[in-house]
Design a protein around this ligand. Structure first.
Ligand code: SAM
Length: 268
């Protein structure tokens, strides 16, 4: 069943593949190795990467020798993954529905995707269905509410006194965006040995590039809000952004943005 949140998400990602790949995907790269390790992905693992985006997780899995498949709801993202990972089986599919038979995979991974689905519990049930008994699940999400890299543009919007629009939906995953709650969600879906951990790091980036790709390119809800403003308002948000970004300034003229993710895993 398609919800308002699904409709919002489809619109959110349409046409954003290039900007996402050039910006946020450099941030999400940090969790690829822990994610694949938690799912015990090695040579020959039959792996499904959900919400593959530009295919950065699938690419590393293939490099490990896994037999990887991938899905994404956004056709342009799927095309980007196909281009980046030659030979990868990439299908367009909208979670929670997956076009695979029961027990088709040894491992299922999703890097920053579970926070984009309309029903996390139903989605986990579907991920469990396509795993073989004993198969591994590993998922990352952002710690909520977002801080550092996730919050900088939002803080600038607030400081510029631009009201947050009522029609931007809160992700249904929000209540699970904390370590113990994420672990409990995986346990409740019937996974054994569920465990969740915090992963923190800093992301060095040019502040102008982060503004261009994270705000002006309309990636994510912050980008959507900036994209709706007139030029003087965007300029006001940018002034606030420049001031707030100085908190993260490094000697080389860049900013080191703190990032805080959660990694949860379990066994079917
Ligand atoms: C934040 S990006 C993560 C991309 C990639 N996994 C990474 O590591 O950077 C979220 C991705 O999930 C996809 N997505 C969002 N909702 C989805 C859904 N319900 N079903 C499948 N894919 C979805 C988006 O199109 C987007 O490519």
């Amino acid at each position: 069943m398609t919800t308002d949140f699904d409709a919002y998400e489809r619109d959110l990602w349409t046409g954003r593949a290039t900007a996402y790949e050039q910006g946020f995907a450099k941030l999400t790269t940090r969790t690829i190795a822990p994610l694949l390790d938690a799912a015990r992905v090695t040579a020959g693992t039959r792996l499904l990467d959900i919400g593959t985006g530009p295919g950065i997780v699938a690419a590393e899995a293939v490099r490990r020798g896994a037999d990887a498949s991938a899905v994404d709801a956004e056709p342009e993202m799927a095309a980007t993954a196909r281009r980046n990972v030659p030979g990868l089986d990439v299908q367009v599919a909208v979670l929670p529905d997956l076009p695979f038979p029961d027990a088709a995979f040894d491992a299922v991974v999703g890097n920053f995707v579970i926070n984009h689905v309309s029903d996390p519990a139903v989605t986990l049930g579907e991920l469990r269905r396509v795993l073989r008994p004993g198969g591994r699940l590993a998922l990352t999400c952002w710690r909520m509410p977002g801080t550092g890299a996730l919050a900088l543009v939002r803080e600038a919007i607030d400081e510029a006194e631009v009201p947050w629009p009522d029609d931007i939906p809160e992700p249904p995953f929000t209540e699970h965006g904390e370590r113990a709650a994420f672990e409990a969600l995986v346990t409740a879906a019937g996974f054994a040995d569920a465990a969740a951990e915090d992963i923190t790091w800093t992301h060095p980036v040019d502040p102008e590039e982060w503004w261009e790709l994270g705000a002006l390119a309309r990636v994510g809800s912050n980008g959507v809000v900036v994209g709706r403003q007139d030029a003087p308002t965007v300029a006001r948000i940018k002034t606030a952004y420049d001031r707030l970004a100085t908190r993260y300034a490094t000697a080389d003229g860049r900013i080191a943005l703190p990032a805080h993710a959660l990694l949860a895993c379990g066994t079917r």
